[in-house]
Design a protein around this ligand. Structure first.
Ligand SMILES: [Zn+2]
Length: 298
């Protein structure tokens, strides 16, 4: 573990294999995310250096890129992947324009989201609140796919595939030589976050797809992960879906305020998290249930 700046720490992902590198970004200036982090990755193959996600701002990517001089000096092509368009995953894209230009790859829906009016409005709001975002420019991926895309890096193969659920534009990355799955925000401890009712059934299908891959190593963006976490996250969603299906009336707004009470699924049943992040996840749990209820009572 090496501290690279006030907010970014480097750590190896797999013991004894320096090809997979984690860059962990904390949020010391954002109170609502106390105790949390987001991971980006650099993966060094014979042919490519692949950056997976660009964190919060161009300055974050500058920190990451300063560590990769030797790997790039030997002639490897630099490629950038966005797992999805959320602010903590794609707002550092602006680093890779102009003189430092590199191809950015993502699901086509990620491009659409980054080019949307909503994304620009969110950026304006965040820029008013936090100096972190002052140099962010929304930079859309220029190479997109809809189902999957494979890059042959010689020693490592990168299969990027649609993994909708957390968001509709989410992707995951599979490296068969290592049986390594980069799940990004599709899985998370204690549970994944839905951003809309449209994500409920896709997330179930995505988690089933992950299990079918039978990964040996699993990484995700906001917590530690393994195959058991995929199973646990799938159980979580399926349990909530089953309980929400039992609600036969259209929930009132007052009931939706306490959605976990309505379907008798308290936060403590799914998490023993008592860290700084628990307030965040308590709220996320209520929102998840509201989205699941919406699939029955739109
Ligand atoms: Zn995220």
């Amino acid at each position: 573990m090496t501290k690279l700046s006030k907010t970014i720490t480097y750590l190896p992902a797999i013991q004894g294999d320096t090809r997979i590198r984690i860059f962990r970004r904390t949020f010391p200036d954002m109170e609502e995310f106390a105790g949390m982090y987001v991971d980006a990755y650099a993966i060094i193959s014979t042919r490519y250096v692949v950056i997976c996600d660009t964190l919060l701002c161009p300055e974050d990517m500058e920190t990451v890129m300063t560590t990769l001089g030797p790997e790039l000096a030997s002639g490897r092509q630099l490629l950038v992947i966005n797992s999805h368009a959320d602010w903590d995953h794609a707002w550092g894209n602006g680093y890779f324009v102009g003189q430092r230009s590199a191809p950015i790859l993502a699901h086509d829906a990620c491009r659409t989201r980054l080019l949307s009016k909503e994304a620009q409005e969110q950026l304006t709001t965040y820029q008013k609140r936090e100096t972190t975002f002052h140099n962010v420019t929304l930079t859309a991926p220029a190479l997109t796919f809809t189902y999957d895309l494979t890059l042959y890096g010689d020693d490592l193969t990168f299969t990027l595939f649609a993994a909708p659920g957390h968001t509709i534009d989410s992707s995951a990355l599979w490296i068969p030589e290592l049986r390594l799955l980069l799940a990004f925000d599709a899985i998370e401890a204690p549970f994944p976050l839905l951003e809309s009712a449209d994500g409920v059934q896709p997330l179930i299908a995505t988690l089933q797809h992950f299990l079918a891959l039978d990964p040996l190593h699993v990484l995700c963006s906001h917590s530690t992960a393994d195959s058991a976490l995929i199973r646990k996250n799938l159980d979580y969603i399926q349990t909530l879906v089953q309980r929400a299906a039992q609600i036969t009336h259209r929930p009132t707004n007052a009931e939706l305020e306490h959605a976990s009470t309505l379907i008798a699924s308290p936060f403590a049943e799914f998490s023993d998290d008592e860290t700084d992040a628990s307030a965040f996840y308590r709220q996320a749990h209520e929102e998840n249930i509201r989205y699941i209820l919406q699939t029955y009572h739109a």
